[in-house]
Write a protein that binds this ligand. Structure first.
Ligand code: NAD
Ligand SMILES: O=CCC[C@H](NC(=O)CCC(=O)O)C(=O)O
Length: 477
């Protein structure tokens, strides 16, 4: 067992970063000790510290974007949008805290006064994915800190350097060093956090398999908070539209942005049989023009590599498995460099497959399903255990009403891509995509619990009915 973790640049195979594996109990103890003082600080101080964090990120935005691009392989322009989301998260979380978990006064019958306030849970463990190594963990950490929690943060073992830089930025902004602790490690350290008695909750973003494992590990512990943000097998349905060119662009963006490594990426294109041929031809033209290159290349690429060779091998193998089970290739997945994880965008028609695997193929691989009518399109879209994002392109307002009413997902869009969700809205899915604890604007909800207090300035009271009369004659003078 290695005692260090090494991070590799996907685009070059070069070593990027190395660090000793963390001592999980020691880090949790430091966060636990720092918690009470932070929770007792006025909200205004916690908010001010988060604003300083946003400024600290602004001051280092070039360096952070560069590191994200190098460690994930995503194009530099894509990494810059991730940094913008990190900065934007602060103001959004401040507004969300006051709207969703702020203080409220209620006036009841007979002048009874009640107050609703929120308390932090304690030490929250944040487990991050590799595809958005800064933005998505930050989407748990900022609301957790505003609410008064301490945080132990374990970035993905594939992107620890970005995680380390994020933690440095919190500290530079004045977040106490012991309050946010970096945990360097992999699944073993994730399991140690899950099992630790002093961790009050896990805020997780990652794959459904890992989310389910954590859910099982938490069985019988109703006192622990668990927010699961997991993957998707997201459908994009294209129905009657005169604008095939725009529909094709929306499909290509949904499927191939960030090399398809977004939880909201479209994995299945469901299209009316009569539109299939012209639409597929148009998407193919776009896919043929997509530049796949190093994140810093000039001209700028649309896609970089996927995260590592194992992921690239898994995708090309999946393409072959779909083919050998009846899928008809529309555009093959090609690996231009034998030892590096670059893959080209790929499409396969799986309409005639008897059984389609309902798994998230986390890369630029789009499966096409042709259907005869709108009812069949909705049935196909729902033919998944996941339920994160779904989009309808084209169709009438009636089609959209029907789509919205029948689709089982946390994001249901019309004439917009499946991905690119806003931080200013709730973000989460159902089924294998999440456990009904939406993140983004609703992250405030799982970072604090409500406490209701009935309050009066004096202990004035009466028992009301059901008491014996007082025998006044028996009372002394
Ligand atoms: N819904 C969302 O908001 C969202 C956002 C981004 C990514 N994702 C999903 O994340 C996945 C890609 O990320 P990934 O491959 O890094 O996910 P992953 O599940 O492999 O890892 C996520 C984190 O969990 C840790 N971990 C792994 N096994 C663990 C265990 N048994 N116990 C505790 N922790 C453990 C990892 O070390 C990592 O930090 C995709 O499925 C994607 O759809 C979801
Ligand atoms: O990979 C998963 C996230 C993709 C991204 N979603 C968000 O950024 C949600 C907003 C937030 O968490 O603040 C997308 O939809 O592209």
């Amino acid at each position: 067992m290695s005692s260090t973790l090494t991070s590799i640049e996907p685009a070059t195979g070069a070593k990027l970063w190395e660090h000793a594996i963390s001592d999980v109990p020691a880090e949790v103890a430091r966060a636990r000790n720092a918690w009470a003082l932070w929770a007792a600080k006025p909200l205004a101080i916690r908010i001010e510290t988060m604003r300083r964090f946003a400024n600290a990120v602004r001051a280092k935005e070039e360096a952070l974007a560069d590191l994200i691009a190098r460690e994930t392989g995503k194009p530099l322009w894509d990494a810059k949008t991730e940094v913008a989301a990190v900065i934007g998260k602060v103001d959004i979380s401040i507004a969300a805290y006051s709207e969703r978990t702020g203080m409220k006064r209620l006036e009841g019958a007979l002048g009874m006064k009640q107050a609703v306030r929120h308390k932090p849970h304690g030490v929250m463990a944040v487990l991050g994915p590799y595809n958005f190594p800064a933005h998505l963990p930050n989407g748990h950490i900022v609301p957790a800190l505003i609410a008064g929690n301490a945080v132990v943060f374990k970035p993905s073992e594939k992107t620890p350097a970005v995680g380390a830089m994020l933690v440095d930025l919190y500290h530079q902004a004045g977040v106490p060093t012991d309050l946010v602790r970096l945990i360097v490690g992999g699944p073993e350290e994730g399991r140690a956090l899950t099992a630790h008695p002093d961790v009050n909750g896990i805020l997780f973003t990652g794959s459904a398999n890992t989310g389910i494992a954590i859910n099982k590990a938490f069985a019988g512990q109703p006192d622990k908070i668990l927010a699961l943000e997991m993957g998707g097998n997201n459908p994009i349905v294209v129905w009657d539209t005169p604008d095939i060119a725009s529909a094709a662009v929306l499909v290509a963006q949904s499927a191939f942005l960030s090399a398809g490594q977004r939880c909201t990426a479209a994995k299945r294109l469901i299209v009316r049989e009569s539109l299939a041929q012209p639409l597929i031809a148009e998407i193919r033209k776009i896919a043929d023009r997509i530049i796949v290159d190093h994140p810093h290349a000039d001209p700028q690429p649309y896609m970089g590599p996927v995260i590592d060779n194992q992921a690239a091998d898994g995708l090309t193998e999946s393409f072959l498995i779909l083919m050998s089970n009846g899928g008809r290739p529309i555009k093959h997945m090609v690996r231009p460099h034998k030892d590096l994880p670059f893959v080209s965008p790929a499409m396969i028609d799986v309409t005639d497959m008897r059984e389609r695997p309902d798994i998230e193929l986390f890369g630029p691989l789009l499966q096409v399903i042709r259907v005869p009518d709108f009812g069949a399109a909705i049935a196909e879209a729902n033919n998944t255990r996941y339920g994160l994002s779904a989009a309808l392109i084209g169709g009438t307002p009636d089609h959209y009403d029907q789509f919205w009413a029948n689709i089982r997902a946390g994001i249901v869009n019309w004439n917009r891509p499946t991905n690119g969700a806003s931080s200013a809205a709730p973000f989460g899915g159902v089924g294998l995509s999440g456990n009904h604890r939406a993140s983004a604007y609703y992250a405030a909800d799982y970072c604090a619990y409500p406490v209701v207090s009935s309050e009066a300035e004096q202990p004035r009271a009466s028992m009301g009915v059901g008491l014996k009369e007082i025998d006044v004659s028996a009372m002394g003078d």
